[in-house]
Design a protein. Structure first.
Length: 270
């Protein structure tokens, strides 16, 4: 597909977090001080999902520090706070969402990637309840555009009604490649958010070469506006052809292999 320079989309590949002791044996240089791990990781990968924002508030100073430690073109994906998503009535999450947005995330500037709203595996889909939550998600904060991704983890979300609702509010649905959570790749937003959770400790790169080749092909297909053949979906219809940014993370599974898998995929995409 021919695109103008302004329409060209990117594929970003990364991991969850940057502080993990086993990575000091197989990813970070042996003599690297711990306070420089983000600086190093952000120059090897193109995106990192921050899990810490799910558990506790960060400060504007912290976000600014992360921004300054990372190179141009790198982005962070932030998990929205659990206080917003782990509640029986989602429509009452407004205060938690506002507090998170006001905590200083705008300090990241153009290094702010998607915000991921992760729901508990016990949270069932209820259309009215879920729409009340989606109405609370703003398009921007302090003039900075926001991208929202929904990480739904109960099988009741595997329905056409949920997909229609997510599309109505232009929210991306996380495609989680896992046996533990619902795994479907229906496109509901303007970008793709993929979480790979099947890395294996006995593989040098965490995944087989064939699996990494296939994943690289899928990422390119999504980026160029189409849908890969063979990925699990709820609906048979294809999404409109439109180039999309792709954010792909190696998360969970054999976590010690996540950086190796991400680097191996980046090599295939470069």
């Amino acid at each position: 597909m021919t695109e103008t320079a302004s329409a060209i989309k990117t594929i970003r590949v990364g991991v969850g977090g940057w502080t993990y002791a086993p990575w000091r044996d197989n990813f970070y240089p042996a003599a690297l001080p711990q306070h420089r791990e983000l600086e190093f990781a952000s120059r090897q990968l193109s995106v990192i999902e921050v899990n810490g924002t799910y558990y506790r508030s960060q400060t504007a100073t912290t976000f600014a520090k992360w921004r300054d430690q990372t190179p141009a073109g790198f982005v962070f994906s932030l998990k929205g706070p659990r206080f917003a998503t782990n509640r029986s009535v989602l429509g009452e999450a407004g205060e938690s969402i506002e507090r998170f947005l006001a905590s200083g995330i705008a300090e990241l500037g153009d290094k702010l990637g998607p915000i991921v709203w992760q729901f508990a595996p016990t949270k069932r889909f209820n259309a009215d309840d879920f729409e009340a939550f989606l109405k609370l998600l703003p398009d921007a904060t302090r003039g900075l555009p926001l991208q929202h991704a929904l990480d739904v983890r109960h099988g009741s979300f595997k329905c056409a009604e949920y997909l229609a609702l997510a599309r109505r509010y232009r929210a991306t649905t996380v495609f989680t490649d896992s046996d533990d959570y619902p795994s479907f790749a229906d496109i509901t937003g303007s970008f793709l958010y993929v979480r790979m959770m099947r890395t294996a400790s006995d593989l040098p790169e965490g995944c087989t070469p064939a699996a990494l080749d296939q994943l690289a092909a899928c990422a390119r297909t999504w980026r160029d506006g189409h849908e890969p053949i063979g990925v699990p979906k709820i609906e048979h219809e294809s999404a409109p052809v439109m180039a999309r940014d792709v954010f792909l993370f190696f998360i969970s599974g054999a976590k010690e292999k996540a950086p190796a898998a991400a680097l191996a995929l980046l090599r295939r995409l470069s």
